[in-house]
Write a new protein. Structure first.
Length: 205
C-alpha cells in the first residue's frame, strides 16, 4: 500500500469515522480505522460492532493498493498538525504505517486488516429519500427523549415509522415521550419500521 492524499481529504474522512471508534474498547482493533486503497480512492471504515461508518476519499497519487488498520485517534491528531495545503504520503513498511509530509516523517504501528470486524453486506431494501434539513429536524425534535443505558434496550434508541410520504420518529425513556412527523421527498411502497440505536442516531444527527 503506497499512495498520496491531501490533508483536507483524509482529515474530512477521519472526522466522519471517529464518532464510532471505541474509546474503551475490549478489542484493541476497535480503536483502529481500516484502510482500503485502490487506484482512485481511499476507503476508511470504523466500527464499534454496533455501528459502522465508511467514507470514500479521492487520492492524488496512486503507487500501490492494499489494506491495513491504524490507530484512528493518533492518526487524526497527527494529520491535523500538518499545514492545510499538505500532500501526505502513506505507505506500508512491514507492520508499520509510514507517513511523510514536507514537515517530517512519522510512524504508526498497525494491526492486520483480516482481524477487522466488517458488517456483512445485506440485500438493499427500499430506499428512503428525505432532505438533510428534515432528517436533522426529525432527530433534534425527538432524540433528547431516548433512554440512556436503560436495561430495556428498546428504549435506548429512536423508533422510526415510514409510511407512504411521511416519516414519524418516536423516543421515550419511560418518563417522557417525544414524537415528530415530517414529509419525505418520495413515497414508499411498503411500510417500514425499526428502532435505530442511540449512538447511531447521534452520529446521523
Amino acid at each position: 500500500m503506497d499512495f498520496y492524499i491531501t490533508k483536507e481529504e483524509v482529515v474530512k474522512s477521519l472526522n466522519s469515522t471517529l464518532g464510532v471508534v471505541e474509546k474503551r474498547q475490549t478489542l484493541p482493533i476497535l480503536a483502529n480505522v481500516l484502510f482500503e486503497v485502490d487506484e482512485s480512492s481511499l476507503r476508511l471504515t470504523a466500527t464499534d460492532l454496533e455501528s459502522e461508518i465508511s467514507t470514500i476519499s479521492t487520492i492524488s497519487n496512486f503507487k500501490s493498493g492494499g489494506k491495513t488498520t491504524a490507530p484512528a485517534k493518533k492518526l487524526s491528531e497527527l494529520c491535523r498538525l500538518f499545514s492545510d495545503e499538505s500532500e501526505i504520503h502513506f505507505f506500508l513498511d512491514g507492520d508499520n504505517l509510514r507517513i511523510e509530509t514536507s514537515s517530517g516523517k512519522y510512524n504508526l504501528s498497525t494491526l492486520p486488516s483480516e482481524d477487522f470486524p466488517v458488517f456483512e453486506k445485506e440485500e438493499v431494501g427500499e430506499s428512503i429519500n428525505i432532505t438533510p434539513i428534515n432528517l436533522k429536524s426529525l432527530i433534534s425534535k425527538t432524540a433528547f427523549a431516548m433512554g440512556n443505558q436503560d436495561w430495556r434496550h428498546y428504549l435506548n434508541g429512536l423508533y422510526l415509522l415510514v409510511e407512504d410520504t411521511v416519516i414519524t420518529s418516536v423516543a421515550t425513556d419511560a418518563h417522557r415521550l417525544a414524537m415528530a412527523t415530517l414529509p419525505l421527498n418520495e413515497g414508499v411502497q411498503e411500510q417500514i419500521t425499526g428502532i435505530v440505536p442511540r449512538k447511531s442516531i447521534n452520529e446521523i444527527g
